[in-house]
Design a protein around this ligand. Structure first.
Ligand SMILES: C[S@@+](CC[C@H](N)C(=O)[O-])C[C@H]1O[C@@H](n2cnc3c(N)ncnc32)[C@H](O)[C@@H]1O
Length: 221
């Protein structure tokens, strides 16, 4: 248990190693640096930001896939949105959803300032409602919002994917709480259910990457 927790809190517990990892990866763009700084200055829960390493992963996957249609659930200040937008294919677009009206000015400002302003659709809308109403298909989906709904999100996203589509769920180790046998928290129960569904669903192949708090990475066969 301790070892897993240690891995999950890797960055916080190993600042030296974190600096090493950062120094040996492509550098963060100026706009992402600025956005990260402002997120720490202006928000009460800045740790919710995807951050540098996860941002790099999202960009590399998006660049490899060159998706036409991306969906992000949980915009927050827009860090991951910009990372995903960096790999959009020609005529590609990303729809990003959040329900926090008070913070919306921040992602809006950075989306407008970015080179992807015409490719980002930012909606203040509940993700379940959006998924129930949309008839779009998505090549790449990044889920990083209310953990209590993770299992439900998987069920709603699946019909909106096709062969080759990729879904990524963030925080699927939940700081080690997924090892609890009978968790009391609804968030832990839902994340555990999602991880079980993902592993059993024969339409997908998947892997949990122990990066930060764990990313469940699924690809539709
Ligand atoms: C962990 S943050 C997202 C971090 C962001 N992806 C990033 O990389 O910086 C989670 C966000 O999900 C949003 N959220 C919570 N419930 C939601 C819902 N039902 N629909 C859409 N967004 C939701 C919250 O307002 C919050 O901004």
């Amino acid at each position: 248990m301790f070892k897993l927790k240690f891995m999950s809190f890797f960055e916080e517990k190993n600042p030296e190693m974190d600096r090493y990892l950062e120094a040996h990866a492509s550098s963060e763009s100026e706009i992402l640096k600025k956005l990260r700084r402002e997120t720490y200055q202006k928000t009460t829960q800045p740790h919710m930001i995807s951050g540098y390493q996860q941002g790099r992963l999202l960009t590399i996957i998006s660049q490899m896939m060159q998706p036409k249609n991306v969906l992000e659930i949980g915009t927050f200040t827009g860090y991951a949105t910009l990372c995903l937008a960096a790999g959009l294919g020609k005529d590609g677009k990303i729809t990003t959803l959040d329900v926090n009206e008070d913070l919306a000015y921040l992602p809006k400002k950075y989306f407008e300032e970015s080179e992807y302003s015409d490719k980002i659709i930012f909606k203040l809308q509940d993700a379940k409602q959006f998924l129930k109403e949309t008839d779009e298909f998505f090549d790449l989906v990044f889920v990083d919002a209310d953990k209590e709904n993770y299992a439900e999100y998987f069920k709603l996203i699946k019909p909106r994917t096709r062969s080759g589509s990729v879904i990524m769920f963030d925080n699927v180790l939940w700081y080690g709480k997924v090892l609890e046998e009978n968790p009391k928290l609804k968030s832990t129960q839902s994340i555990k259910e999602l991880n079980d569904l993902a592993a059993k669903d024969e339409d997908f192949e998947n892997l949990i990457l122990p990066l930060r708090d764990g990313v469940n990475f699924l690809r539709r066969k």
